[in-house]
Write a protein that binds this ligand. Structure first.
Ligand code: AMP
Ligand code: MG
Length: 409
């Protein structure tokens, strides 16, 4: 396979051309799924004041030497208020969950462990009988327990999840610096292709790639710009690429027309527009790949077969997109056991497999045909089993790495 370009070498060459995209400020309400473009440190302690984790009575633990004991209720502290009176020996304060601890108190006795019966909106009693003891600190959430002032909260490159938005809100970080969403033009060529809405006539098939590539772009935080399918004619293909460039995309992806022997106007047009490399990658599925710059816009020409297009996107385009938006996490993988002998051709192979648990191990089984045109294999697959380059045989029972496409059942 000496004439094939190694997958990692191809990625490394491509990444040299990929520049990080600009940063923009968005409000928290718009930040879900975006990539954080700043390290966020907390400017506050969370919680900002010691508070009760229970509805009950704030007490001095030292007063509870003998149980039961009766204390004078001298204060009532609803959430959202701040007590200014200090608790003296023999005194208690009625307190609600989240309300600030009064000075002098160091523990909270839950209402269930007292003689109190609270009615909704009822006033605090004048005395309370405490029926269970507590150590200093019981049911108190100390200042900074959650986050300390100055602590790093989230790192640059993080994909923002709901809990991240919650914590950013908690520290008052309402405007967030995130990577701009890249606009990705998606181009499709082929006389045989019609859209999902159109009727088929003999010899035609429906375009799958535009939809699945648009889905991948959206899933990874980009904005897909799907252009109309161009027929296999030089003028039409040229017009398609000019239309794409006119939309000022950050990335252009085409599928089909880069394999040898295709009705190959894509290649002609690419050579007119930029410096393009046509590679044969040591990858299965997905050997043919074109990459270059079209008027300063990075361009990927993916294979036409839908499985190849999808795998090539995942293996090669995704790292480029991640570099562009500064995203730092890696796709999840799992170690699993092959349930049959496999042969491979020495290219790095991504086989569609289902996964199931058996005796504490995860077993990987091929979904059926591994034809690169059989997109349904991707629908069935829980993951892509990675057979490394140079490996031609995998024996039943061997451990292999699987790139997860969904959680293991
Ligand atoms: P090509 O690269 O044009 O030789 O195409 C390789 C194979 O992929 C052929 O079987 C095409 O019909 C198929 N193909 C190309 N583009 C698409 C598409 N957008 N959706 C589904 N199949 C496609
Ligand atoms: Mg074609």
């Amino acid at each position: 396979m000496a004439d094939l370009l190694n997958v990692d070498a191809a990625i490394a060459r491509i990444l040299e051309y990929i520049q990080p995209i600009e940063v923009e400020a968005v409000h928290l309400t718009q930040a879900l799924g975006r990539i954080l473009a700043e390290d966020v440190h907390s400017g506050v302690d969370l919680p900002p004041f010691a508070n009760s984790s229970m509805d009950g009575y704030a007490v001095r633990a030292a007063d509870l030497g003998t149980i039961p004991t009766t204390l004078q209720v001298v204060l009532d502290i609803p959430a959202g208020t701040f007590p200014t009176q200090m608790l003296q020996a023999g005194e208690a304060a009625r307190i609600m969950t989240g309300a600030p601890m009064p000075e002098g108190a160091d523990a909270v006795i839950p209402v269930e462990d007292t003689d109190s019966e609270w009615a909704l909106g009822g006033a605090a009693p004048s005395t309370v009988e405490i029926r269970k003891g507590a150590n200093s600190g019981a049911n108190v959430r100390p200042v900074g327990e959650n986050i300390a002032h100055g602590q790093i909260v989230l790192r640059k490159g993080t994909l923002l999840r709901p809990q991240d938005l919650g914590i950013l809100a908690s520290i008052g970080h309402a405007q967030v610096q995130v990577a701009r969403q890249p606009k990705v033009a998606i181009l499709t060529t082929g006389d045989e292709l019609v859209t999902a809405d159109e009727a088929l006539s003999p010899g035609k098939i429906r375009d799958a790639n535009s939809y699945l590539l648009a889905g991948l772009v959206t899933e990874y935080g980009g904005i897909p710009l799907v252009l109309p399918i161009a027929p296999d004619r030089l003028e039409a293909v040229r017009e398609l690429f000019h239309q794409a460039l006119a939309q000022k995309p950050d990335l252009i992806i085409s599928s089909a027309g880069v394999s040898v022997g295709a009705a190959d106007y894509v290649r002609t047009v690419l050579e007119e527009l930029g410096e393009i490399n046509f590679w044969r990658i040591n990858l299965r599925p997905g050997k043919p790949l074109a990459f270059g710059m079209l008027h300063d816009v990075p361009f990927f020409g993916l294979p036409g077969n839908p499985v190849s297009a999808m795998v090539t996107f995942d293996v090669i385009v995704r790292p480029a997109l991640f570099k562009m938006i500064g995203r730092t996490d890696e796709p999840e993988t799992i170690t699993s056991v092959v349930d049959e002998d496999l042969i491979s051709d020495g290219r790095r192979s991504y086989l569609r497999v289902t996964l199931h648990r058996e005796d504490g191990r995860v077993i990987a089984r091929q979904t059926g045909t591994q034809s690169s045109g059989a997109l349904f294999s991707m629908v069935l697959a829980d993951g892509l089993m990675i057979v490394p380059e140079g490996v031609t045989e995998v024996k039943k029972g061997t451990n292999v790495t699987v790139r997860l496409l969904r959680d293991v059942k």
